[in-house]
Each structure stands twice: as structure tokens, then as C-alpha cells.
Design a protein around this ligand. Sequence first.
Ligand code: AMP
Length: 440
Amino acid sequence: MSASVSLESTEFDRFGLNVALARGIREAGFETPRPIQIETIPAGLDGRDVLGLAQTGTGKTAAFALPLLDRLLETSRKGCRALVLAPTRELATQISAEIRLLSKYTRLKMLTVYGGVSMRSQINVLRNRPEIIVGCPGRVLDLLQQGVLRLGQVETLVLDEADHMFDMGFLPDIRKILAALPDRRQNLLFSATMPREIRKLANEVLTNPHVVELQDTAPAETIDHALYPVGEKQKRDLLEHVLKLDECNSAIVFTRTKHRARRLADDLKKSGHRAVSLQGNMSQAQRDRAMRGFRGRSFDVLVATDVAARGIDVKDVYHVINLDVTYTPEAFSHRIGRTGRSEKSGVAYTFVTHCDKGWVRSTERMIGEEIPRRNVEGFDFDVRDRPEPRSGGRGNGPRGNYRRNSSPQSNGRRSSEGRGRSGESRGRPSEGRGRPRRSR
Ligand code: AMP
């Protein structure tokens, strides 16, 4: 047995992690640590605070989970010793699934808590004194205020997708939770972007953090992304065209509103697609069903809003189609980060109308590069609905103010010269940011 274990060693061995975790890592199929893991795990194991600037899909869950688990295994104390806060139910569930996988051969217990489901079963599980709580701030605070969750023994706090938690109006809840934690603890904060509020939070929470900044807000190299100028009324037809042209069998389509997501999924179903929506008006059971169906390939198209889809990890999503642009430029990276995950490739279409010029400018400034403009092959753009009729020109799609870029080199891959991003542009706070919303 021990011989087979050594044969199956992985590059994770360099971290000297607990053997039970090493076994979990092998079983998860992780062979080579991702850059964020190489940077974060040693500092995490040393008990240092970490500020991770990383977009989703980089492997950041294991980057914080492995040192956290390893440290928990050093002693056998029960009760909440690690608290992981995440903005959405889907992300919380996903983090839990990864922690469960990695800690499979340990005796550590975990509870996942979020709103929209009964509190009773969560309270029952709390009686078993799980060492790890993963949850959304709203429900964690509710349990805390009811006196059923005690956080006085927390050794490690993880704030995942901190920028998104801010977007969703969770900062006041987070501050109340922080007040219930012991002063002496390890803090691991991850965020794809650093708006001013998150920088302030990081300054308050982190002590001499090890800063890991491997990724920027620009989309991953593996994603071929481009803008497709189109009239508002053509979007629906263009979507059908793209779905057919690319034979999409695992695509996420983003819309701006819940209502639009639901209606579009219904329309797509009527036109023969196996489509399902994922939006905030659905019950938890409906959302779980939609995600299960999409993961299991019973659905080809998931029509989602940002809030519902943030952080979800579905293997092999090849197409992301932004029917509407995001509310904020920052959300763009998150959306198209649904594809090209874990070093796989993917294609992202963003449909833009002439009303989106400001968004395009801010987004390009944020990612530090120009996003290529493209046409969709064979799509007949209707002259009546051109974004900028005065610029004219048939057969090649709408022109508007968008310069097209169809040279062979401009297939959407980033050229390293084109980057030019600075830390400054990352931190530009709240550019076009919507009003924070409270959502549980
Ligand atoms: P995350 O950014 O944590 O959502 O991770 C994205 C995906 O990468 C998840 O499906 C992880 O299970 C997977 N992953 C993370 N680290 C590794 C690794 N070192 N090797 C292979 N897959 C990984």
C-alpha cells in the first residue's frame, strides 16, 4: 500500500501536507499545483495572512483550503475553527464540494450555510460541532445572532470573492461577523478586483499579508473573447445563429435581469434548445435542479444573471455569450471566467449595442487592452436595426463606432504587448458600479 502511495506522488508533495490531504489531492486528480497554489499554500501553512488577487477558475479554492485543512489537522479541537464566507449559495456549495473532496480522508466535519432554505437542519448539524463552516454572510450572521453559531474559536477566516460580497451589499454583515471573531486568527482574503472598499477592508482585516497577484482582471489567456456589435432587436436572432453555428452543447448565456433570463430560457426551449434559467427568483431547489441538469448535460444552455452565476464552476463550458453587457466592467471578467476554466480553452461572445460604448471604454481600460470586434459569419444583420445607421454598409454587420478587427492575429487571444495594465487600473474603485444590493 505504501509503495503504491509513493508511486502516485504528485507535485503537491513539495508542500509537505498531511498524508490524508495528500491522498485527497490524488483522488481529486490534482497532479500539478496551479500558480496561485504555489504562491499561497506555503504562506498559508506558515499561518500568514494572505491577500489573493485572483480571478475565478485559477484554483484559488484549493489554494486556501489546503493550508486551512492542514492546520486544522494539527489539533483535534471541535467547533467552528475555520470560517469561509462566500457571496452566493452556488459558490458556497462549490467551495464545500472542493473541501469535501480534499478532506475526504480526514475526520473533519463541515457545514454549508446559506439563506433560502430552512435553518433547522443547519442548526441540527451545528450540534455536531463541525470544524469548518462555509456560508454566505447573511445566514452566518442570522445563526450567530440566534446564538446557535459560536465563532469565538475561529482560527482561520477566508473571505472569498470579497469584491462580489461588496457588490451584493454584504459588507455590513461581514463587519458584524468580524466583531464576533477572536482577534488572533489567520485571514485569507481573495478578490478578483480591488475596489476602494475592499482595499479598506483588507487593510483592516489583514496583518502583514503575503500578497499573491498572479492574475489580473483580464480574461484568462485560454479564452477567445470578442465584441459583436449588434442592434438590440437582433440579439435574439444572433444568439440563435451562434448557438447553431458553434453547435453549443454547454453554453452559458448572460442577461442583465432575472425576468429576461427566465423569458429567454422559455423562448429557447420553444425553439428546440435544451435550455434552463438560473436567476434569483428561483427557489433553492429549482436552482439546484438547474445546475445539476446543466452539469449533467441534460441542458445545453444555461441562461443566467450575474448574481446567480457568479463563481459557479462547470467543467467544459466552452461558450459564454453575453447577451447583455455587465452592470460593471469588473463583472465582465467574472462572467467570461465561466469558460476557459482550469487551463481549458473557451469562447466568449459579448453582444454590444451603440448604447454600450461607455461600457466598452471602461472595460477595455480595466483589462488594459482592446477587445477585438468581430462579425458573426453568415448572420444577416437587419438594416433597420443597425446601431448607427449613418455609418451604413450592408452585409458586414453593423458598424457604429466599433472598429472591427478581423485580422488573423486578432482571433481574440491576448497579445502580451497589448496588456499594459497597471496595478492602478485594477484598483480604480467603483467605476460604473451599481448600487450595492442586499441579497441572501
Ligand atoms: P477554482 O478557481 O478554485 O474555482 O478552481 C477551478 C477548478 O480547477 C476547480 O474545478 C478545481 O477543482 C480545479 N483545480 C484546482 N486546482 C487544481 C489542480 N492543481 N489541478 C487540477 N485541477 C485543479
